[in-house]
Write a protein that binds this ligand. Sequence first.
Ligand SMILES: [Zn+2]
Length: 110
Amino acid sequence: MKFSCPRCNSPHIVDRHQGRSVCGSVGIVAGSAGGAAGAWSGSQAGAMAGAFAGPVGIAVGGLTGAVFGALAGGAAGGVAGARFGSELDERVLDNLECCDCGHTFRTQSA
Ligand SMILES: [Zn+2]
């Protein structure tokens, strides 16, 4: 893939990837919120399963369920956010930048 700057015709073009990083962070935050909800239901389910083993089983089951619920929710959110940001990069945002004049432009705009 060879691009040149539409303003100064320079071949020194870099990818910006700003949508991906921003949306990745947003996705992790959103995922963590989902993870918190997952942690709550996970701890409920874990405590219920652990109840057969008595008080210790409830504590261990609840903790394990909470950790797994939170991790799964956070990871899923981060991945979905990064994917969405990558799409945004390609379709909406100016995703290329000229190193010589600082002009930003889109891949398809040429
Ligand atoms: Zn330029």
